[in-house]
Design a protein around this ligand. Structure first.
Ligand code: AMP
Ligand code: ZN
Length: 434
C-alpha cells in the first residue's frame, strides 16, 4: 500500500543518489518555471548546471518566509493554475498568509508520506484514528486525514474543539489513536477529568502530537494522563504540512522523509552549513513537490540531526526536538504569533504605553496554552478609577482576540515598571527571569 517502503531503509549512499537525481530535476524546473528563482540564481551567479553533487546545494539561494510574502499569492508557483487542486495556508493571523498550492500529484505524495508517518509511529489499518487537528486552511486536519485513509485505518474527522463531544466519541467509537496539538491534548485531559472519564480506561493507545513546540515533561504528562504512547511529529506549511518528520516507536528523534525533503543545518547568523550533530537552523529543499517546489527554505527552527541508522531499521536521518527559533515567532495553541503583531494591537489602543512584555514559560513550554502579556498603562489611566482600568483590559483582550485569533491573559502594570533597555528591546521573557 505504501508506495516506496524501501526508501525508509535504503543505504544512505543510495538515498543520496536518489536525492541528487531529484534535486537536479527540481532545480532545473524552478529555474525554468519560476521567474523569482531565475532572478535569485542570476544574483548568485549560478545556473542549474552548477548542481552536480549534493554539496553544490550551498551555491543555491535560500528562500525565506519573507520571499513567500513578497511573492504572495502565487509568485512561487511552478505549474499553471489549472493543475492546482487545493490550496492551504499558514496559521499566521495578520499580514499576508503563506499560500501552499497542491497539484493532484502533491496530494497523492502527501497522503503517501502521511501514511508512512502514521505507520512509523505504530498505526495500522486496524486502528480508529480521531483527528482533532483543525480541518480547513490549516494543513494539519486534511494532511492526517488523507494519510490515515491511505493507510486504511478508520478516520473520525472531529477537527478541533467541541471537547465534550470528542470525549464522548472517543469512548463510544473506541478510538485507538488521537491526533492533535499537545496543548489540545491537555484540554482533552482536563475535560475528561471534569466529565469523570478516565482516559486510561478507554481504548486509546497512541497519539501523534506536533505543530507546536512541546517538552519531554509534557510528553510524560500527556502519556500518563491519557494512557498512551505520544509520538512527536513535525511539519510546516511552506514545505508540505505535517509529515516532514516523525518519531518511530523507539522515540529517539524524528525520522525525516529524506526521499522527499533534503535537509541542511546552518548557522543562523552566517548562513553557513554546520555538521550534523550540532544545533543550528533547519533548512529544507523539497525534492518532489510539484505546485510549489521550495529551495533551501530557512525554517528558523533550531534542531540537530543524527544520520546514524536507528534501531527500527530506518536509515532516514533523525532530527531532535525543536529547541527554539532563530526569529522571535511564538506558537500559541498551534497559532503562529510574532511579537510585532501584539505590538500593533497595543499601539492602536489609547491609554496604553508602547512598553510590554510577553511572558512565556519555557520550562513547561506552552503548557499554559494562554498568551500572557504585560502592558504598561499611561499615568492618566492609572490614576483614574478602577473601572477604567477594567474596561481597558477588556478592550485589549477583545482586540487581541480579534486580531491574533487567540485569547491573551492581559496584565496591566503601573507606568514605568517594565524594564527599559538600550538597543534591542527584549519583548519576550521567560517567567523564571521575572
Ligand atoms: P505551520 O506552518 O503554521 O504549520 O507552522 C510550522 C511551524 O510549527 C514550524 O516551523 C515549527 O516552528 C512548528 N512546529 C511544527 N511541528 C512541531 C513540533 N513537533 N515541535 C516543535 N515545533 C513544531
Ligand atoms: Zn527509528
Amino acid at each position: 500500500m505504501i508506495r516506496d517502503p524501501e526508501h525508509e531503509k535504503m543505504p544512505r549512499r543510495e538515498l543520496e543518489q536518489l536525492q541528487l537525481e531529484r534535486l537536479k530535476v527540481k532545480v532545473r524546473e524552478v529555474y525554468e518555471k519560476v521567474p523569482y528563482y531565475r532572478q535569485a540564481f542570476k544574483e548568485k551567479g549560478v545556473t542549474p548546471d552548477h548542481v552536480q553533487t549534493l554539496a553544490d546545494l550551498v551555491k543555491l539561494p535560500f528562500t525565506s518566509k519573507l520571499d513567500f510574502r513578497d511573492n504572495y499569492p502565487f509568485g512561487l508557483m511552478a505549474v499553471p493554475h489549472e493543475q492546482v487542486v487545493r490550496i492551504h495556508s499558514s496559521s499566521g493571523t495578520t499580514g499576508k498568509p503563506i499560500i501552499a498550492p497542491y497539484t493532484q500529484g502533491d496530494i497523492d505524495t502527501w497522503a503517501e508520506i502521511m501514511a508512512r508517518t502514521l505507520a512509523a509511529g505504530g498505526t495500522t489499518k486496524y486502528d480508529v484514528m480521531q483527528n482533532a487537528y483543525g480541518y480547513g486552511l490549516f494543513t494539519g486536519g486534511l494532511g492526517f486525514h488523507y494519510g490515515a485513509e491511505r493507510l486504511g485505518c478508520t478516520v473520525i474527522p472531529t477537527s478541533g474543539g467541541n471537547t465534550k463531544r470528542q470525549i464522548l466519541l472517543l469512548q463510544d467509537l473506541e478510538t485507538t489513536v488521537i491526533t492533535c496539538t499537545p496543548s489540545y491534548a491537555l484540554i482533552l485531559c482536563e475535560t475528561a477529568l471534569d466529565m469523570g472519564v478516565d482516559l486510561r480506561e478507554t481504548k486509546l493507545r497512541l497519539g501523534f502530537m506536533g505543530a507546536e513546540p512541546w517538552s519531554e515533561q509534557m510528553r510524560k504528562d500527556v502519556e500518563e494522563r491519557m494512557g498512551i504512547s505520544a509520538i512527536n511529529i513535525y511539519g510546516l506549511t511552506e514545505i508540505i504540512g505535517p509529515g516532514v518528520s516523525v518519531e518511530c516507536t523507539h522515540k529517539c528523534g524524528m525520522h525525516i522523509a529524506e526521499d522527499h525533503f533534503l535537509v541542511e543545518i546552518i548557522n543562523p547568523k552566517s548562513g553557513e552549513q554546520i555538521p550534523y550533530g550540532e544545533e543550528g537552523e533547519l533548512v529544507i529543499t523539497t525534492l518532489t513537490k510539484e505546485a510549489q517546489p521550495v529551495l533551501r527554505f530557512r525554517t528558523r527552527d533550531i534542531v540537530s540531526l543524527n544520520p546514524e541508522p536507528c534501531e527500527c531499521g530506518r536509515t532516514l536521518a533523525r532530527m531532535s526536538r525543536v529547541t527554539g527559533r532563530s526569529d522571535d515567532m511564538l506558537i500559541v495553541r498551534g497559532v503562529n504569533v510574532f511579537p510585532s503583531q501584539i505590538e500593533s494591537v497595543l499601539l492602536d489602543v489609547e491609554g496604553v504605553e508602547p512598553h510590554y512584555l510577553i511572558v512565556v514559560d519555557r520550562q513547561h513550554q506552552f503548557k499554559s496554552d494562554e498568551l500572557e502579556v504585560w502592558i504598561e498603562v499611561s499615568e492618566a489611566v492609572f490614576s483614574d478609577e478602577i473601572q477604567k482600568m477594567e474596561d481597558l483590559e477588556k478592550r485589549l483582550r477583545a482586540e487581541m482576540d480579534s486580531v491574533l485569533g487567540i485569547s491573551a491573559r492581559i496584565k496591566l502594570v503601573e507606568p514605568r515598571t517594565i524594564a527599559r533597555t538600550e538597543g534591542k528591546a527584549k519583548r519576550v521573557v521567560d517567567r523564571s527571569e521575572l
